[in-house]
Design a protein around this ligand. Structure first.
Ligand code: FE2
Length: 275
């Protein structure tokens, strides 16, 4: 069970442009929504109007893609993120254990970190600063990856465990990312999960991925695959019911199809709860 006093929000989906109309006007059945923080870090205008209407109907949690924790802090990004957090007052906020660029160059990719003591110290400081300045719990997410660094001195799961411990932050465990990386790098996903502090998990991500030339690509454009459902079931038996989010960001289906995917996740949660 979680060491943090955060709510189990149930099963939600990302708030994506093709569904804005149906979600805001019809308020369809869904437990909660995750929003990409950077899409709403604005001073005003239609995006914030949409966000206010969303928040009036559902719990909303922001998820960032540009903190670039491996790089130096971007003070403009930080200021705008803090304003969004004050507006939403979420139970936690999140971003990835990654870097996205350096010296003003943005790759628009979530690039893996070298797993070294120096990088660990840097990212711990970044997360402590984010939690101190916001006064809120931060959840760090594991990314999928297609390469590793010769400089790394510890396995990724050990790096993440140490990171969460030293920063005293939460974990957003992306189950699909664990599976994608396990195939690409040839490790056992169960062993990776055993090395993580599952009592720090406040949110889970589920997504589909694609297969190209023997690699698994984290494309968020397919239903969740059987192997990821099985891992999800194993995780939820350890963590207990924890807020779960279906990510579907490309070839986005109808909202009804997303509801069906969320229902499938709810069934796995219910089975895991059964004695
Ligand atoms: Fe994710």
């Amino acid at each position: 069970m979680s060491r943090f006093a955060v709510p189990d929000l149930g099963v939600g989906v990302g708030f994506r442009v093709p569904h804005y109309g149906v979600v805001i006007n019809e308020r369809p059945r869904m437990d909660w929504f995750e929003v990409i923080a950077e899409n709403f870090m604005l001073d005003g205008g239609p995006p914030l109007d949409n966000l206010s209407r969303l928040q009036a109907a559902y719990p909303v949690v922001p998820h960032g893609v540009s903190m670039s924790l491996g790089d130096a802090v971007d003070e403009d990004h930080e200021r705008r993120l803090l304003a969004l957090l004050a507006r939403l007052n979420p139970p936690w906020f999140s971003d990835h254990a990654c870097w996205t660029g350096h010296a003003g160059v943005n790759t628009h990719d979530l690039l893996p970190l070298p797993h070294t003591e120096a990088v660990l110290r840097h990212v711990v400081d970044r997360i402590k600063r984010a939690q101190d300045r916001s006064g809120r719990l931060f959840a760090v997410e594991n990314v999928s990856s297609y390469l590793s660094y010769r400089a790394s001195t510890m396995p990724e799961a050990e790096f993440l465990a140490e990171l969460c411990e030293r920063a005293d932050c939460a974990l957003l465990l992306d189950v699909n990312n664990v599976f994608v990386s396990s195939v690409n790098h040839g490790f056992a996903p169960e062993e990776y999960l055993r090395a993580l502090p599952l009592d720090r998990v406040v949110q889970l991500h589920l997504a589909g991925h694609s297969v190209r030339e023997g690699f698994r690509l984290d494309t968020h454009d397919y239903p969740v695959c059987d192997e990821v459902w099985a891992l999800y079931s194993a995780v939820i038996r350890e963590t207990g019911p924890v807020s779960t989010l279906i990510e579907w960001d490309d070839l986005i289906p109808s909202f009804e199809r997303l509801q069906a995917e969320a229902d499938a996740a709810r069934r796995v949660r219910d089975e895991a709860k059964a004695p």
